[in-house]
Design a protein around this ligand. Sequence first.
Ligand code: ACO
Length: 317
Amino acid sequence: MSFTVLGTGMYVPDRVVKNDELANFVDTSDEWIQQRVGIRERRVCTNQTAIDLACEAAVRALENSGVQPQELDLILAATVSSEMVSPGVAQMVQHHLGATCMAYDINAACSAFIFLLETAAGYFARGKAKKVLIVGAERMSRIVDWEDRSTCVIFGDGAGAAVLGEGDGYLDSAFCVKGGDDVIKIPQFIGKSPFFEKEQESPYIHMNGQETFKFAVSSICDDIRALLQRQNLTADDIAYIVPHQANKRIIASAANRLHLPIEKFYIDIERYGNTSSASIPIALDEMNRAGLLRRGDLLLLTAFGGGLASATCLLRW
Ligand code: ACO
């Protein structure tokens, strides 16, 4: 027993920030951002928190699935940018919904949504859950250095959620973790202990873009090839590949290496930028509501990011 996706939801803040607006305060241009990353605009919070975004996406996913909060056995959430370390996003979503089930967060940066699916699959396999809510929610605008043009132009805020019910839709998965902080790190506030002797690093995203780019392309390709081979499938059997939306050129390079048409990949980065753990559930919700997904379709979800970590799964819709 694994699960089927019963419904999806997403929420992004109203404030749209176009590339030209960023060029007012960092040395960049709409042309550079569109060409090098593929983003036209992103959403940015003005008065909502990552938890607020999570709660709204969760409500929408429950409505879409027809599941009541009291039916939930588990809520799992992912974030790297919540304002609060505790309570976790999942616990605040539980409170907001009036649910009474177990709830906790998982941190795996941009690939976290697939870690949530994998964790949920374990509960279904052990018969410990019949209905699970999973949420990725990020206020990335809180953790980018708005004076660093190499990071502040690529991220956006948003949340995405899915409700899972008993089924046989989670078919296979592949994970790769190359632990270390040399390529991506997000240091926290180190506190004011008079006994601690290390210096505070700036508490924003530090990223070696080119190393991340290389890791992303090779992990997407390796994971997809491995899953297709293990399941005795070809790319023709797959309705859509839903990649983490970090850079359109990463997706194009992976498509090229895999000899696949770019149309096989769902892309919405031009409107939201990189929303980290929210990026795949936002894409899924858009596809779901646009009627792009039919029951029985095979999907590959693939993500990469801080950790370093990559994660790919094969899902029957
Ligand atoms: N506007 C204009 N010029 C810029 C900008 C900008 N916003 N940012 C960088 N540049 C400049 C650089 O300074 C450099 O100039 P130089 O040649 O004079 O030194 C030039 O553009 C090229 O810089 P690169 O870093 O080589 O640019 P690249 O093409 O690699 O693009 C980017 C940078 C967009 C960050 C890319 O490397 C990328 O997308 N990497 C992957 C990011 C990613 O996937 N992150 C996900 C994980 S995040 C997480 O897990 C939380």
